[in-house]
Write a protein that binds this ligand. Structure first.
Ligand code: PLP
Length: 380
C-alpha cells in the first residue's frame, strides 16, 4: 500500500506507539489469565487489568467498579440496552432514542421492537440537534431508557449531555450515552452529567481494536440482565476470559488522552478550520453539514455541489483515505441515515464526504489534501 494521507480517524485510529509498547509484554512475559487466582501469572495480569480499569474510570469520572470491559462499543451498547430493558420489564418496554444514532443503537432498538418493545425515534433538526422539549415530552410512564449519543460519528455534532441527564433523572429514566466518538476527545463526567450507562471503544482513541467499555452506574443502581453467560467475569456482567493486552492498551490510551486532550482539541480545531475554509473558498457552494451546531474539533462533513461522492473518493483513493459517512454505511453503499435525518435528500446524503483528523495529522497534510481534492473536484 502506498502512503496515503489518513483522514478517517472516526472510522478507526492508529494505535499510539506508547500504547503498543505498554501492551507488548502482556502477550508474552505477562500472559497470565487474570482469573487464575492461585499463582503470580494470574495476579500480575489481574493487577494490570485493575490498573487499566482505574485509568479508564478516571477519564470519565466513574468509580472503578462501574467499568465493565467488553469487545468494543457495539457489544457495550447491546449489553447496555438489552440488559437494562430486560431487567426493567416490570416498569415498562419503552425506549427513547433519535434518528441519527449509530447503527449499534438503532439496530439494537429495532431488534427489541421485534420482541414487543416500543421505541420513539426523535427527529434531529437540519443542524443535527435533538429538541430537549421533544425528548422530555416523549417520556411516558413506561419509559425505561433514553439513548442519546455524546457526539455523532458522521458530523461530529455534540449533544447537550448534561441537560439530557437532568431530564432523565427528573423522570427516573435511565440515560445511556454512546460516547464512542467523544471519549478521549472531550472531558466526560458521568457523575456530574447523570449518565447511567456509557459506551466507549479502544480503537477510536488510539488504543487497540477488540476492546471497549460499558460504564454502569451504581448510584442509582442500574439493574442489568446479563447477555453473555459463563465464568462470571467482570462481576458477572460479562463472562469470558479478559483480553488483557487490549485492556492494558485501552487503559494507557485513556491515560494519554486525559493528559493531552485539551491541547489536542485546540490543535485539531485549528487544522479542521483550515481545511474547511480552504475547501469552501476554493470550491464554490461547498456545504459544511452541522456547521451551526457544537461539533467535535476533528470532524468535518462536506458536500461538494454536483459532485458524486463515490467517484470523488475513488479518484483520490491512492492518495487520500476519506469516507462517506460511517464505515458501516459506506460498506453498504447506502445514503447516510444521519444526513437524511438532518433533512438531506438522497443524493446529498449519498455524496457528502467525512474528513476526520487526528493525533498524527499535520498542517502539511491538510494543505496537501486540500490541493488533491480541489484538483479532483475541478476534474470531475
Ligand atoms: N458508536 C459510534 C458512535 C461509533 O462511531 C462506532 C464505530 O464506528 C460504534 C458505536 C461501534 O464501535 P465498535 O467498533 O467499538 O464496536
Amino acid at each position: 500500500m502506498t502512503k496515503q494521507i489518513y483522514m478517517d480517524y472516526c472510522a478507526t485510529t492508529p494505535c499510539d506507539p506508547r500504547v503498543v509498547e505498554k501492551m507488548l509484554p502482556y502477550f508474552t512475559t505477562f500472559f497470565g489469565n487474570p482469573a487464575s487466582s492461585d499463582h503470580a501469572y494470574g495476579w500480575t495480569a489481574k493487577d494490570a487489568v485493575e490498573a487499566a480499569r482505574e485509568e479508564v474510570s478516571r477519564l470519565i469520572n466513574a468509580k472503578n467498579h462501574a467499568i465493565t470491559f467488553t469487545s468494543g462499543a457495539t457489544e457495550a451498547i447491546n449489553l447496555g440496552i438489552k440488559g437494562v430493558m430486560e431487567a426493567s420489564a416490570k416498569k415498562g418496554k419503552h425506549i427513547i432514542t433519535n434518528k441519527a444514532e449509530h447503527k449499534a443503537v438503532l439496530d439494537t432498538c429495532a431488534y427489541l421492537e421485534g420482541k414487543g418493545y416500543e421505541v420513539t425515534y426523535l427527529d434531529v433538526d437540519e443542524h443535527g440537534n435533538i429538541s430537549l422539549d421533544a425528548l422530555e415530552n416523549a417520556v411516558r410512564k413506561d419509559t425505561v431508557m433514553m439513548a442519546v449519543q455524546y457526539a455523532n460519528n458522521e458530523t461530529g455534532v455534540i449533544h447537550p449531555v448534561a441537560a439530557i441527564g437532568t431530564i432523565a433523572r427528573r423522570h427516573d429514566v435511565y440515560f445511556l450515552c454512546d460516547a464512542t466518538q467523544a471519549a478521549g476527545k472531550l472531558p466526560i463526567d458521568v457523575t456530574a452529567d447523570n449518565i447511567d450507562l456509557l459506551a466507549m471503544s479502544g480503537h477510536k482513541m488510539y488504543g487497540p481494536k477488540g476492546v471497549g467499555v460499558l460504564y454502569v452506574n451504581s448510584q442509582p443502581k442500574v439493574n442489568l440482565s446479563v447477555q453473555q453467560h459463563g465464568g462470571n467475569h467482570e462481576r458477572g456482567r460479562r463472562s469470558g476470559t479478559l483480553n488483557v493486552p487490549a485492556i492494558v492498551g485501552i487503559g494507557k490510551a485513556a491515560a494519554i488522552c486525559q493528559q493531552e486532550m485539551q491541547a489536542e482539541a485546540l490543535r485539531l480545531a485549528a487544522l479542521r478550520d483550515r481545511l474547511e475554509s480552504s475547501l469552501t473558498t476554493a470550491i464554490a457552494g461547498t456545504k459544511v453539514n452541522g456547521k451551526q451546531a457544537v461539533r467535535l474539533a476533528q470532524v468535518s462533513n462536506l458536500l461538494f455541489p454536483g459532485i458524486n461522492g463515490e467517484q470523488l473518493l475513488l479518484s483520490v483513493s491512492t492518495r487520500l483515505a476519506l469516507s462517506r459517512g460511517s464505515a458501516c454505511s459506506s460498506a453498504q453503499r447506502i445514503p447516510s441515515h444521519v444526513l437524511m435525518a438532518m433533512g438531506a435528500t438522497g443524493d446529498a446524503a449519498h455524496d457528502a464526504i467525512r474528513f476526520s483528523l487526528g493525533r498524527f495529522t499535520t498542517e502539511a497534510e491538510v494543505d496537501e489534501a486540500v490541493n488533491i481534492l480541489v484538483d479532483a473536484v475541478l476534474t470531475l
